[in-house]
Write a protein that binds this ligand. Sequence first.
Ligand code: NAP
Length: 248
Amino acid sequence: MKELQGKVCLVTGGTRGIGRAIALAMADMGADVAFNYQNSRERAEEVCSLVQEKGVRCRAIAANVVSEEDVGRMVQEILDNLGPVSVLVNNAGITRDRTFLKMTRQMWDEVMNVNLDGLFNATHAVLPSMINLGWGRVISISSFVGLTGNFGQTNYAATKGAINSFTMALAREVARKGITVNAVAPGFTDTDMAREIPSNVLDQIKAMTPMGRLGTPEEVANAVAFLASPRSSFITGHVLSVNGGILM
Ligand code: NAP
């Protein structure tokens, strides 16, 4: 029997990068997988096929995490087709980098909306079913820049720091209901998001990282898989770094 067999996992933003690797890791553990996406329908269909090849059910749903209505519709669709969500991975996130004085209000708001309102909408929508089940896992993808700050990322770093403190606060609220709440804080990871960084800056990042390279999406997904599993049953309110040693 696989560790998450019979459980339903929702990953926000599962079409590419870290979310895609998490969707596949959850399927490897036997969970039925739902994920949402904003634009990439073809990629969503491809990920769904890969998930189904692992012998579990999959549902890819077009839904913007910023919209409470979209998220409500998505969670109802998952309930009708797969069952209640007991593992939520808040992964969807964006950057809009610029030094603070040049940052527009729109760049600030877009990052707050996806990274924090999205977290609220998804967690609020699935927490009642976890409480009913008496078992749940909420795992949010933060970032090491939420612990250190980063030049040109005041908006993004603010959201990732907030995800860390949200994790600790919610963990306290639901600890006696069988639900753990944790975050994974990746260092720079080889995805589309990191590919937006100029190559000379990426070289500097690699040089600053004791392991001398970027992380892979699978390395982040492995940490999420552990926190989703019954093996992590006494871990809550924790921010787990997966960063090649760039922050220790
Ligand atoms: P990515 O490759 O840019 O993928 C982002 C995913 O989020 C895509 O599936 C995208 O869907 C989805 N998404 C974006 N906005 C959405 C919205 N409004 N509603 C629904 N889905 C939305 O990103 P990534 O690098 O894998 O990052 C995943 C998470 O890890 C993020 O929270 C990021 O902040 C965090 N992280 C990344 C790094 C890194 O170096 N890559 C480091 C630390 C933390 P579409 O494909 O449809 O657009």
